[in-house]
Design a binder for this molecule. Structure first.
Ligand code: P53
Length: 479
């Protein structure tokens, strides 16, 4: 048997990408509610003052999961999901972000969501902050530029742990906390941290400062969770930016090594509880003079994570003599990124690299002494339409997932990696984060909804639905 018997097979989503009902149940506006629809090569616009008349905001309605979750969860149960990763929409609990008490109606929505999952023997796996920061915290505090967000986040996190510790064991603090490393693109500072810096000169410094406050907030949350209930498992969540050297030229190898710090900076702090030398030296060299207190450093040491959650979509390849503009890129590439001649790409030009997933599993295992890992996102966005049998023959998705699961299995079987589970991204079609499109579909379940909001909203099983059901039923033996 390759996978442990209790391996957490499931699927992943984020609240703002599927719930809709953006103004129901006392919910406040979030950073996701003020991002317009875009397309591949057409960036989404951010409207920090609030939604603008006449503009299109795909997350406002999304796929209406707020009203359909019971039927949708029944479909997940039919596939045999053992877990379901979603996020809590911070603004359902704290509409403006700084209220003293949470909104009871928001709490009740998640009570019922979790109870519905548990009634089907599906464990909720919960992200606290997945690109849906209360807009009030952005406009009045400057988002995570401001140290006060640490306390406001602690209030929110503690509320969640106290209310749901007996329903939710696996938690993650900040989704893809490392995305903001791409400080040249406002989309990442906005979605990770709720502020914009275009036009400013010190964008990198601001990014490191906001990252620091989030790392402290995350560490405090881990400690709070353990104090409330020692059985809780709290992880970090990083976007795997595994980067290869284009050639054996040592300049390329050194560059790739440094580029990998874009993720390691975060995991190093969250797993080891202390800043690595390369980061300390960089802060010094650049004269950043960051607001980092001794109490912060002690919090970081106390609140190390129980596991590493990470998303995996692609790898990047860098070449030292290339340097191009990436200010609109949403794929985490760097200015030195070049095409990898060995890899195919998706329609959105993301490389397809199953072996890279195994390499990353091994590296994290070796770097962090066998810490448990959880692959909490993986998948392929494809343009799809229903055929005359009301289904989608999504063989390309099956191939993609199969080849990744094979590598995951090798990592467990051959390399001894301690892997907790696997939740493919967008198990039901939802709003793309990067482009705001619906047509970039990831699901086992097709949702009849288009980029412009038209469509019946009805759900249909794709071919991969039954395939994934068999994968889970056989615990990964039948692929
Ligand atoms: P979409 C870039 C690189 C890797 C993961 O992305 C990323 C991004 C941002 O585009 O984001 C994660 O929807 C994120 C999800 C997101 C998913 O990947 O742009 O955690 O919210 O939907 C897929 O195709």
């Amino acid at each position: 048997m390759a996978f442990p018997r209790d391996f957490l097979w499931g699927g992943a989503v984020a609240a703002h990408q599927l719930e809709g009902a953006y103004a129901e149940g006392g919910k406040g506006l979030s950073t996701a509610d003020v991002m317009t629809g875009g397309a591949h090569g057409v960036p989404r616009k951010i409207c920090p003052e609030g939604p603008v008349e006449g503009a299109w905001y795909p997350n406002h309605e999304a796929i209406d999961f707020y009203h359909t979750y019971k039927e949708d969860i029944a479909l997940f149960a039919e596939m045999g999901f053992r877990c379901f990763r979603t996020s809590i929409n911070w603004t359902r609990l704290f509409p403006e972000g700084d209220e003293a008490e949470p909104n009871e109606e928001g709490l009740r929505f998640y009570d019922d969501l979790f109870d519905t999952l548990l009634s089907h023997d599906i464990q909720p796996v919960i992200t606290l902050s997945h690109f849906e920061i209360p807009l009030g915290l952005c406009t009045r505090y400057g988002g995570w530029r401001n140290r006060r967000l640490i306390d406001l986040f602690a209030r929110y996190a503690t509320t969640c742990f106290e209310r749901w510790h007996d329903k939710v064991t696996y938690w993650m603090t900040f989704n893809e906390i490392d995305n903001q490393f791409a400080a040249q693109n406002d989309v990442f500072s906005w979605t990770n941290s709720g502020y914009l810096t275009s036009g400013e000169t010190d964008r990198k410094r601001t990014m490191y400062q906001a990252s620091h406050y989030e790392l402290v907030a995350s560490a405090q949350a881990v400690a709070a969770a353990h104090a409330i209930d020692p059985t809780l498992k709290v992880g970090c969540m990083c976007s795997s930016k595994l980067t290869y050297p284009f050639s054996s030229n040592p300049d390329d190898v050194l560059l790739a090594d440094d580029e990998n710090h874009a993720m390691y900076l975060y995991t190093d702090v969250q797993v080891r509880g202390t800043y690595p030398n390369y980061a300390r030296r960089l802060f010094e060299r650049e004269g950043y003079d960051l607001d980092i207190t001794t109490q912060d450093l002690s919090d970081l040491r106390t609140g190390t994570v129980d596991y590493i959650g990470w998303s995996y979509y692609m790898t990047h390849t860098v070449k030292s003599d290339v340097d191009h503009d990436i200010s609109d890129s949403v794929d985490n590439s760097s200015s030195h990124t070049v095409k990898n001649p060995y890899l195919r790409e998706t329609e959105w030009e993301w490389t397809i690299d199953p072996t890279g997933m195994r390499i990353q599993l091994k590296r994290l295992d070796e770097r962090y002494n066998g810490i448990p890992q959880f692959i909490v996102e993986n998948g392929i966005g494809i343009v799809e339409t229903l055929d005359e049998h009301d289904t989608v023959e999504d063989d390309a998705r099956i191939d993609y997932l199969r080849s990744h699961i094979e590598q995951m299995r090798l990592a467990v079987e051959e390399d001894g990696v301690n892997l907790l589970g696997y939740t493919p991204w967008g198990c039901i079609d939802l709003v793309s984060f990067g482009t705001g499109e619906l047509r970039k579909r990831y699901g086992f379940i097709y949702v009849d909804r288009n980029d412009d909001g038209t469509g019946t909203g009805r759900r249909f099983k794709k071919k991969s639905f039954d395939w994934y059901r068999r994968v889970i039923a056989s615990n990964g033996e039948v692929l």
